[in-house]
Design a protein around this ligand. Structure first.
Ligand SMILES: [Zn+2]
Ligand SMILES: [Zn+2]
Length: 195
């Protein structure tokens, strides 16, 4: 386990909880909290604190997701990624963009080996290796009659979008990524975790 991952809060099973995972406290009724400011316009906020309550694996905290994306911080260990360093996105094959923040190569190698969801997805999981990425905004534009949220992708910091729609997540578009399956990367190029 990378040292920075060992410092993360744990779930009840003793597993380190990635920094982007949402936490729920017992009094949380699950409602979506919308607020507004001049920087983001309408946006979804979240009061959760890592380590308090129950971790919901598979669900990202929108506040930390946006921080990590915008500040080039690792979605697993939460630490910054050096401006010139290689970084890793994990997702489906040929994904045009990623909803999960970038990872340090060592953190990505660890996640691929221990995360049950990634392990179950097997060969359909691909890594995108790059040194930089561009951001866009995933915003909620309305609610359909059946209650599902309508969403659209807007340019990063788009002024009109701040008035029209509610920001939830940032999307990362990797610059000229090198793509390979997770298992091939682990076998060939990924940093090795010391036993
Ligand atoms: Zn949260
Ligand atoms: Zn990391």
């Amino acid at each position: 386990m990378p040292p920075s991952v060992a410092l993360l809060p744990r779930n009840s099973a003793g597993r380190p909880v990635p920094g982007n995972v949402a936490w729920y406290e017992p009094d949380d009724d699950g409602s979506i909290l919308v607020t507004r400011d001049t920087e983001l316009g309408g946006h979804i906020t979240c009061p959760c604190t890592p380590g308090n309550g129950t971790a919901r694996f598979g669900e990202q905290c929108p506040v930390r997701q946006r921080q990590f994306m915008a500040q080039r911080r690792c979605g697993l260990c939460t630490q910054g990624i050096e401006p010139t360093a290689q970084l890793v996105f994990i997702g489906e094959a040929n994904a045009p963009y990623y909803l999960e923040p970038p990872l340090h190569p060592l953190c990505a190698a660890y996640a691929l080996q221990v995360c049950p969801a990634l392990h179950a997805a097997g060969e359909s999981i691909e890594v995108a290796l790059t040194h930089s990425y561009a951001l866009a905004e995933d915003r909620i534009t309305g609610v359909s009659a059946d209650g599902t949220l309508r969403r659209s992708v807007f340019p990063f910091h788009d002024l009109a979008a701040r008035l029209l729609a509610v920001l939830e997540f940032y999307l990362a578009f990797p610059d000229t990524p090198e793509r390979l399956t997770g298992s091939k990367w682990l076998a060939q190029g990924a940093p090795k975790l010391l036993p």
